[in-house]
Every structure is written in structure tokens, then in C-alpha cells.
Ligand binder design. Structure first.
Ligand code: F6R
Length: 612
């Protein structure tokens, strides 16, 4: 979703802004723009629909724009179609103030009408331009940009991260945030604002996270932060410890493939520090045994793939903990009048830690007295900072829009937490506890073996990429895993697909199976393998082409029935989805490749969904 960068320093701003925007391309966008203030010619704005490359060509990589102060933006359209005019930055009527915005201003129409009555003319359809015009209005009233920003923030409703420059201020940019991510970067040759650290990591590792309601004034030497009453605030600095190369393709054709291949290592990093002397150790959370024993119900709230992690965890946790686990889509949970009280543990899963629906659902759960434990990948993100407890997945930066390594690390971390809680509750036998932990430690190596067979999947993708409708079927954990396989395929290859619990097919959906329909049959869950096989036979009998995923143990049986079979190593059933999902990720990847899709930046999608 929209990416913001701002720079105030001692170097030419435009090339730095373009570079920062390029590093945030993965967030998803449809237009891009920059505004720079130069001594000689005031504010200069260049913006355009389409890829950043167009903007870069238009400005000769930024070389055309003088000035050391500027803001930049990649837009993911909400109000108004993607075009040159609706692209950011937006400039106030007198041309003095330029602004970039991420978020949605909910009362923009009312403010727009008010300003129109005062004679202000608008050029775009966006809610963001209204803020630029309102700023000009208040700036004319009070003569101070900081004061004007304060007044505007008191007037607007909704979510925002803003970057603002004004031609009267040669060195200062102003930033503000509420419910949209914004970080401050302290560099040697100047200071930054950005939607995420990937944009500035090349220039600095020294960052601070802005909190809701804060306003920052950024100059080449200083960053001053104020609260909503314009009282100064101290910010805690954080050092980013990952390497720039982690956010680069490093010889791979796509970030998605690179990230699929990084999964064994990401799992190792997430799991190893949390297993000591054969026990799960979660030093970083503060759930007491007494609290855990009093838990009456558990919610998992998340969106998209993170929600699918919840679906797998429901089966695993109910098996291990013997407590009811309800998995809710965050966008539904927040408006559902949920049954949450002090005895409810709420797991919040989010790669980015910035998904607005998930954050709002978490706040709702806390408001009702629930205790929140967040599983998050991005350190310092909003969800991580607001949850009662946080456990990080150590997947490193995930750039491809379609998640892979974040999903896998969320999955194993949920398994670890499940084991930990089950141990405290005494609901898991010592044998099973030890067996899951031993297999968990063997997981990276087994996953590596699955990845080494990528060519099998590549071959099957080349056989099946022309299908227009694909079903994923399975039972129990295989069904939950199929949800993720189906989503991966949909989002990057644009093929319609559905995941079905195999036993449910005959209650309606089997009518869609006709000769040649591709069914991806998941038969990795040992306790229900025979039942799953019956369903494979049923779809075969109706002419389906079956691509199966199964384990070594069931290879022979499956190969007799399915048209094509991918075989993965056996592991403990709790962990089987961690291995089973890998061929599904690879299948989606290779199908999308065959179809010529833009794999890392699929149409209409954004990486970090910071609007409702
Ligand atoms: C799919 C995908 C999305 C995200 C969802 C939640 O590949 O990446 O479905 O899982 O938007 O995002 P986070 O986990 O950042 O809250």
C-alpha cells in the first residue's frame, strides 16, 4: 500500500527519494510522485501514473530536480482512479505546500465542501488533496506550519501518515501519523521519514518509530517530535540489524522464489533460540502458568495468509491444548460483538504488523479485556508495540507481495507456542511433546529436501498452467493447508481456485467437477489418509485430473490413483503442513511464471494493507 519517503539533508534529494520509493515498490502501487524544494525555483512536483521507472525517466533519475529537501510517494488508489492528477504529492492552491499521504481521511467531503465555499478550487478526486488545501487555509491563518499541522490534525478523522513540505521552510519537512506506519531515520547526510525501514536502510540503521498522534519536524541536523498538543517528546532509537542484501534479489529472478528458498533458514532462526535443553522457552512473553490455566477460550485474529496460519493452528491447538480455538478474519471480528473477556487469550498474527483490520481487531479485543499475544515479523511495527506480548518471527524482510517465508515462520511459531501452553496446562503427553520438538528441529533439513525437488513441481506446473479453475481438497490440516495453496495460486496466477474440505465436496461443489477439471489433492495428514483417498477416487470417477501431494509413507497408494504426485518427507502430523505448503507455493510460482504474470507485484494487491 502507499509508500512515503521524505528527506531533509545535505545531498540532492530527488535521487534519494526515487531510490527509497524503489525499495518500497513491493508494497504495491499504481502511481508515483516526488516534490522537491529548491532555492532557485520553489516547489517542483513530478508525478505520474504507472511504474516508478516512468517517473525516473521523466526526471533523469531525479537529476533534473535541484534541492535537498523533498517528499516522495507511491500511491495505491483509494479515492479517485489511478491517474497523473490523483497521484501524490498534492499541492495547495497557492503552490506553497506539498503533501504526501498514506491512509484515508473519512470526513474529507465535509471539509472539501467547506473549503469550496471559501472559494478553494480542487484539482483531484482524492481525500489527500483536501488536507493540503486545509493546511494552506490554516497556515494563512496562523503563519506557522507546525501550528497549522496541529490544527489540521484536530479537524480531520481517519488514518494517516503525512509528509509535508512548504516553500517558506527551506530545510524542514513535517511528518505526522495516526494508524498508518511512519518511521524516522537519522542519517549522516540528512534525516528521513519513511513508511518502512527498507526505504532508508541504505542510508541509516538508526531509526525511531512514530506513535499515533505525533508530529515530527525533520531538518538536516535534527528531528524534533511533538505530541498532539505540540509538546516535545523524546524518541527511543532502534538499530536495524538486518543487511541491505536481505531486501535485494541476490541473483534470483523473483523475490518470491528467493523467499521460498529462504524458508529453511528462516524457520531455523525462528525456532532454534526458543528451544533449550529439550524445552520450549519463551523468554520474551509474560504469560504466567496461573493465567494460562484460567484461559477459557482462544481467538486467533488475522487476515489472508496469516488467517490461514490460524486455520492450521486451530486444529493443532485444539488437539494439544484441549481448549476451544476460534479463528476470525480481523475485518469480521472487529464488528462482530465478539465474546471476549479477561479469560480470553487473543492471538494476533501479522507479517507486517501494520494491517489496519488486524490492528483494529486487536484493539477491540483489548478493549473488551482480552489478553493479546502478537506474532509479528516486522520489529517495531504498530501491532508489535500495542500487543500485551509479542513474539517475532525471524523471517527477515519479506518483499514479494505473496507471503511465503513469513507464513512458514508464523506456522512454526504458533506450533511452538501451542506446545508451550499445552505443557503448562498439562494437556500434552511427554512423548508427543518430545516428538513434536524433535521433528521441529529436523524441519529445516526436511524442508530443504522438498525445495531440492523443485523441478518436479516446475514440470507439473508446465502441464497444468492452462487450467482456468482449480480445486484444492483435503481433510483437517490438509484442508487448512489447501486454503493457503489456493490463495497463493489466485493472487499471483489469477486462476480461479477454491479450497474445499474433501468431505464437504459431495454437499454441492462436486457438481463443478467435470472431465479435465484439475484437483490438487492433499493427502499428507496420516490419521485421515484413507478417508482423503476416498474423496480423490470420487473426483477421479467424475473425470478430474488429480495432482496429489502426499508423504513418503503414502507414496505408493497415492501414485496408483492420482495422475501426478509430489512426495514430501514424513514428519509429525502437527508439522506436516509446514512441509506440505512448500510444493503449493512452488506450484503457484511456476504456474504464474508460465502465464507471464508479474509475480512479485500481482495486480491490485498491496503488501501492507493499511486501509480498511
Ligand atoms: C497473501 C498475503 C496476504 C497477507 C494479509 C495479512 O500472500 O500476503 O493475504 O497475509 O494481507 O498481512 P499481514 O500478515 O501483514 O497482516
Amino acid at each position: 500500500m502507499c509508500g512515503i519517503i521524505g528527506f531533509s539533508g545535505r545531498e540532492q534529494a530527488a535521487p534519494i527519494l526515487l531510490d527509497g520509493l524503489a525499495r518500497m515498490e513491493y508494497r504495491g502501487y499504481d502511481s508515483a510522485g516526488i516534490a522537491v524544494r529548491a532555492e532557485t525555483c520553489g516547489l517542483q512536483v513530478k508525478k505520474t501514473k504507472g511504474r516508478l521507472q516512468v517517473l525516473s525517466t521523466l526526471t533523469h533519475g531525479g537529476a533534473d530536480l535541484e534541492g535537498t529537501l523533498g517528499i516522495g510517494h507511491t500511491r495505491w488508489a483509494t479515492h479517485g482512479e489511478p491517474n497523473d492528477i490523483n497521484a501524490h504529492p498534492h499541492v495547495s492552491e497557492n503552490g506553497q505546500i506539498a503533501l504526501v499521504h498514506n491512509g484515508i481521511i473519512e470526513n474529507y467531503l465535509e471539509i472539501k465542501e467547506h473549503l469550496q465555499k471559501q472559494g478553494v478550487t480542487f484539482t483531484s478526486d482524492t481525500d489527500s488533496e483536501v488536507v493540503a488545501q486545509l493546511l494552506e487555509f490554516h497556515y494563512n491563518e496562523c503563519g506557522s506550519m507546525l501550528e497549522a499541522v496541529g490544527r489540521v490534525l484536530r479537524r480531520i478523522e481517519g488514518s494517516y501518515a503525512f509528509g509535508i513540505i512548504c516553500s517558506d521552510y527551506p530545510n524542514a519537512l513535517i511528518a505526522a501519523r495516526k494508524d498508518s506506519p511512519l518511521i524516522l531515520g537519522y542519517g549522516e547526510n540528512g534525516n528521513f521519514i519513511a513508511s518502512d525501514v527498507t526505504a532508508v536502510i541504505k542510508y541509516t540503521r538508526d531509526v525511531a518509530y512514530m506513535d499515533d498522534g505525533e508530529i515530527a519536524v525533520v531538518t538536516p541536523e535534527t528531528i524534533d517530535v511533538f505530541d498532539s498538543e505540540l509538546m516535545p517528546r523524546e524518541k527511543e532509537h532502534h538499530q536495524i540489524d538486518w543487511d541491505v542484501s536481505a531486501a535485494e534479489k541476490g541473483g534470483y529472478a523473483h523475490f518470491m522464489f528467493k523467499e521460498i528458498m529462504e524458508q529453511p533458514e528462516a524457520i531455523r532462526k525462528t525456532v532454534s533460540p526458543r528451544i533449550r535443553e529439550g524445552r520450549v522457552v519463551l523468554d520474551d512473553i509474560s504469560l504466567t502458568a496461573e493465567y494460562v490455566k484460567g484461559i477459557s477460550r482462544i481467538f486467533v485474529i488475522a487476515c489472508g495468509s496469516s488467517y490461514h496460519v490460524g486455520m492450521v493452528s486451530k486444529y493443532n491447538w485444539e488437539h494439544l491444548l484441549r481448549r476451544p480455538v476460534e479463528v476470525c478474519l480481523a475485518s469480521e471480528f472487529r464488528y462482530s460483538d465478539p465474546l471476549v473477556d479477561e479469560s480470553t487469550l487473543v492471538l494476533v498474527i501479522s507479517q507486517s504488523g501494520e494491517t489496519l483490520d488486524t490492528m483494529a481487531a486487536m484493539r477491540e479485543a483489548r478493549r473488551r479485556g482480552g489478553r493479546t499475544l502478537a506474532i509479528v515479523n516486522v520489529v517495531g511495527s504498530s501491532i508489535a508495540r500495542e500487543a500485551d506480548d509479542v513474539l517475532y518471527t525471524w523471517a527477515g524482510p519479506e518483499i514479494a507481495v505473496a507471503t511465503t517465508k513469513a507464513y512458514s515462520t508464523q506456522l512454526v511459531l504458533m506450533d511452538l507456542v501451542g506446545l508451550y501452553l499445552a505443557d503448562l496446562l498439562g494437556t500434552v503427553s511427554r512423548e508427543e511433546y518430545d516428538a513434536v520438538l524433535a521433528e521441529m528441529q529436523a524441519l529445516p533439513e526436511k524442508m530443504q529436501r522438498v525445495l531440492e525437488n523443485f523441478e518436479d513441481v516446475q514440470y507439473f506446473a508446465s502441464r497444468y498452467f492452462n487450467h482456468n479453475s482449480i480445486f484444492f481438497i483435503g481433510r483437517n490440516l490438509d484442508y487448512a493447508m489447501g486454503l493457503e495453496g489456493s490463495l497463493k495460486l489466485k493472487e499471483i496466477s489469477y486462476i480461479h481456485s477454491e479450497a474445499y474440505a474433501s468431505g464437504e465436496l459431495k454437499h454441492g461443489t462436486i457438481s463443478l467437477i467435470e472431465p479435465g477439471t484439475l484437483v490438487v489433492a492433499l493427502g499428507t495428514f496420516a490419521p485421515l489418509f484413507d478417508k482423503a483417498m476416498s474423496n480423490v477416487v470420487e473426483v477421479k470417477a467424475r473425470g478430474a485430473e488429480v495432482l496429489a501431494v502426499t508423504t513418503e509413507m503414502f507414496r505408493e497408494k497415492m501414485e496408483k490413483t492420482a495422475n501426478s504426485t509430489v512426495v514430501i518427507p514424513d514428519t509429525h502430523p502437527v508439522l506436516q503442513p509446514s512441509l506440505g505448503v512448500v510444493p503449493l507455493q512452488l506450484f503457484a510460482y511456476y504456474v504464474a511464471l508460465q502465464r507471464g504474470c508479474d509475480i512479485d507485484k500481482p495486480r491490485n494487491l498491496a503488501k501492507s494493507v493499511t486501509v480498511e
